[in-house]
Design a protein around this ligand. Structure first.
Ligand code: ARG
Length: 644
């Protein structure tokens, strides 16, 4: 703040403009909004509270840095355009902003370049990796930081053990990782939770399969792949048996019609029923539910080994979890106590031995939900109800986000409505479903996709080929495999986050790995290039000052430099807006705009080869740009590379 105060004093301003709940030390736009509000209020008599929120972003730099739609000031005027003109004329001369440009009923405000530069660049260079983020937003009480931070659970990824990690899980992982970073950047206390699909009769099937086809060695070597193989094999047998039963039943029916003896066939059917995979699995799962030590032990080993493997893959994506929960972890008691409340409140009804909840009385779309099967066992939905209550007990969260594909919109809507119907609006209100569309055409080059690792390997390989096509550069990369892997991951993630979450997109390996167009590699290239400019400057002038914030910013007068600075200044606002939209594309759109502005500036703003003081000033500008790019990329979960 001291630098800001000093800079403003130099301009003849004795205080830093600050409206309530704004953060001038963190966000240059807050200074400008407050300042414009003050001046407009002075010359019009309109209240600060009315003016401040009407100051909006522009869609293009040519329209100004901020704009105001005069009718939004809610003044009773016959001719709004004339009123806009009048305000424009009355607006006092300011050291920070140019006289407003009035266009119809709009007023456009352009920040004066020199003061903007001297405010923004040191702010970025000093704040470094934290520039743009605002940890005040997560405070329980902004006026009293000791009251602590708000708590949030982000539940994401949540794959099913022994089943493929499909595109829905990939998107959940990418979007959830981003949301967790986003809220952490806003100062929330974030718990990253993975809610594994690890319970239900299918895990009895898996255990039965393992007894037949399992290999200890394979399990340890490649638990996820091996369990999947076992699962596929045993399921094939189970389907065969179901098919055989059907054929035999038909046969029995025919024989009966003819009045012939069916006892032999009936015995065969009976045998499958008693000894078949299905029955064995049912029994096995029953043992798991009853807490049989051996059954639970085996299942737990499958689970633990899978988690270990998942962890390694997640870490390639810069993701770690605080809590590996899962359907298996939901306690019977939690589900029972929920069932009791549901029955007492008349929310649930018995239905031929099962228990259902008729949600059509709230909304037709919600339908009827089954919460207990005839045999008394729980369902996916039942476990989610129990889990939500347990999470509230354990974490006392202020907000909980479920990052789950749009195929489960109904499931989550039912879950939230059921909690509300139970009288727990206090919990349901804190829950949010972050939904997203499908990925079309995702398959590996060797066949259809099964696991995340396969996808990442394929994209990494492809990236490696792309890199090799430029041998000169390729020779300079220290660890090409590692870089190719990082670039491949960026390619996948950027393609995923480019559009609005709810849109479907087509998984297009060629497009995502290209350096042209708005892709992950393109963004990485923009970052690497800025790193290289710095390296080259250091080689050319080894005694460059390490503190670039002392550069002579008055030397940055070219339009390209100024436009870049104006864009850099808006990063904290882009962050704020992203907290509102919860859309990664809000960040990406900004980063691509900046990357474009950067690439068209290099010819105009050379560093090496310029006079030393100009070189230092430009290097400061590029360092600030690198920092903002880096902060945005990390927010998205990308791993910015320094060379490629
Ligand atoms: N395991 C589930 C699936 O793969 C996703 C879990 C989503 N989270 C939840 N709380 N239901 O479909």
């Amino acid at each position: 703040m001291d630098t800001i105060t000093a800079i403003l004093q130099n301009l003849g301003m004795d205080t830093v403009p600050q409206e309530p709940n704004t953060f001038p030390a963190l966000n240059p736009f807050d200074i400008y909004r407050s300042h414009i509000t003050e001046l407009l209020s002075q010359c019009s008599g309109i209240d600060h509270k009315i003016i401040y929120p009407t100051l909006q972003w522009t869609s293009k730099l040519e329209m100004g840095d901020l704009q105001l739609a005069v009718p939004a000031l809610r003044q009773k005027k016959k001719d709004m355009a004339a009123f806009a003109q009048e305000l424009g004329q009355k607006f006092p001369t300011s050291p920070l902003v140019q006289p407003p440009v009035v266009n119809g009923t709009f007023m456009g405000f352009f920040f004066r370049p020199a003061p903007l530069t001297s405010l923004v660049l040191p702010m970025i260079l000093k704040a470094g990796p934290s520039f743009g983020f605002n940890s005040n937003l997560g405070l329980r009480d902004p006026s009293n930081p000791s009251a602590g931070r708000k708590k949030m659970i982000v539940e994401f990824s949540s794959p099913n053990i022994a089943k493929p990690f499909h595109a829905g899980h990939l998107r959940s992982t990418i979007i959830g990782g981003f949301l967790a970073n986003l809220y952490e950047g806003a100062g929330w206390d974030v718990i990253r939770m993975n809610y594994l699909g690890d319970w239900g009769k299918q895990y009895g099937v898996l255990a039965v399969g393992f007894e037949r086809f399992g290999s200890e060695e394979e399990l340890l070597r490649n638990p996820i792949g091996h369990l999947y193989d076992v699962y596929v094999k045993i399921n094939a047998i189970s389907s065969e048996q179901a098919e055989a039963t059907k054929v035999k039943m038909d046969e029995i029916a025919k024989l009966k019609e003819k009045g012939e003896d069916t006892s032999a066939l009936e015995a065969e059917v009976e045998k499958i029923k008693d000894e078949g995979v299905d029955e064995q699995a049912r029994k096995y799962f029953k043992r798991m539910v009853d807490g049989d030590i051996e059954a639970v032990g085996t299942w737990k080993r499958f689970r633990d080994l899978s988690i270990e493997k998942y962890k390694a893959t997640y870490s390639r994506l810069n993701i770690r979890y605080d809590d590996y929960s899962g359907e298996s972890q939901v306690k019977e008691e939690s589900m029972e106590s929920a069932a009791k409340i549901l029955a007492e409140k008349g929310v649930s009804q018995e239905d031929g031995g099962a228990v259902i909840i008729d949600l059509t009385k709230y909304s037709k779309k919600l339908g009827k939900a089954l919460v207990k099967k005839k045999d008394g066992t729980s369902l996916y939905l039942t476990r989610d109800i129990g889990a939500a209550f347990e999470r509230m007990d354990k974490y006392n969260f202020d907000k909980m986000i479920y990052v789950v594909a749009s195929q489960q919109d109904l499931h989550l809507a039912q879950l939230f409505k059921i909690m509300e119907a139970m009288g727990r609006k206090d919990i349901s209100e804190k829950c949010q479903h972050i939904s997203f569309g499908m990925v079309l055409g995702m398959s590996t080059r060797k066949g259809t996709t099964k696991f995340l690792d396969d996808i990442l390997r394929d994209v990494g390989d492809k990236m490696h080929e792309v890199m090799k096509s430029n041998q000169d550069k390729y020779q300079q990369v220290e660890n090409p495999e590692k870089t190719a892997d990082t670039l491949g991951i960026s390619a996948v993630m950027v393609q995923d986050m480019k559009g609005k979450r709810i849109n479907n997109y087509t998984f297009d390996m060629d497009r995502m790995t290209s350096f042209e167009g708005d892709t992950g590699p393109y963004l990485q290239y923009a970052h690497a290039r800025l790193c290289s400019i710095r390296r080259k400057a250091l080689t050319a002038v080894p005694d460059l000052p390490s503190d670039l914030s002392a550069a002579d910013f008055g030397l940055l007068t070219e339009p390209h430099a100024i436009d870049l600075i104006r864009q850099l200044a808006s990063w904290p606002d882009v962050f704020l807006n992203t907290v509102k939209t919860q859309e990664p594309t809000t960040v990406l759109t900004y980063l691509f705009k900046m990357a474009h502005a950067l690439s068209s500036s290099y010819d105009h703003l050379q560093v090496v080869g310029s006079q030393q003081d100009i070189m230092i000033a430009r290097l400061a500008l590029y360092s600030a740009a690198r920092q903002v790019l880096n902060n945005g990329m990390r927010l998205l979960g990308l791993n910015p590379v320094e060379r490629m």
